[in-house]
Design a protein around this ligand. Sequence first.
Ligand code: PLP
Length: 294
Amino acid sequence: MTWRHALILDPAASDDPRTEFGATFTAVDPAAPALSIGELSTQRGDGIFESIGVIDGHPQEVAAHLERLAHSAQLCDLPVPHIVQWRQAVTAVAAECPPGECVIKLILSRGIEHGPSPTAWVTAASAADNSAARRDGVRVVVLDRGFDSGAPARAPWLLLGAKTLSYATNMAALREARRRGADDAVFAASDGVLLEGPTSSLVLRRGDRFVTPAPGAGILHGTTQLSLFAHLESRGFETAYETLPVSALVEADAAWLVSSVRLAAGITEVDGAPLPYDPAFTAELNAYLLTPRD
Ligand code: PLP
């Protein structure tokens, strides 16, 4: 990964939407150390983030990502992010991105232990080459998430709908998938309800109807899934949020894992059994996802 740019944001910024926030950004060398060792983001994973895809300098779906950042902040009792300041920081780092695909990360941490304020920063880096997953799809295994579908309502302190920095278990699930000879995973609640991938949303096709697990089940509401559903609706397809059992995945006419940077990866195999895979339709979905989207 080649780092392109990094900005630290001063959290004490004005709320006035007309403010020009450039003076509240400090550019730092993205290859040099920049955070205090007292940072709660690194000590406890106590913070939130967003990953935004950038195509030829255009950051995709910025409003949806900023909305989710604010939602995650609320769930984590972090101060409400200054949306205009973050938007201007995204524009500033996107301007440094070369043609091709990059990824912008927004990070809001609780800050330094006993410190006065959160720490906020934005980075841009070149994106990994995801063409193989977009073209050839991914083999998945279904992994037990370890809680039932009632857990998010019963235990909101699990922060299940927030995009927190605590991704160690998501990464462990990906390693387990690879140990089992697959490329990726789909989480299911312990009562057999389909959830999401460790870094993606799940979309199933049933005839001309596209369905995805309802966000209330303790999953992230994916910006890519939202955008894809709007696109599918404009093409005359029906879309819906549903509570889906694991059997719905193996019986689907097609299925995808969708996310901001990898985009749509068709699922070719579930726990070693083949799933119908439509490379031409998947290519169309990715062509849409690669167009500039606001
Ligand atoms: N679910 C999880 C757990 C994720 O980490 C992600 C993306 O990183 C998604 C879903 C998909 O979200 P988006 O489409 O906004 O990238």
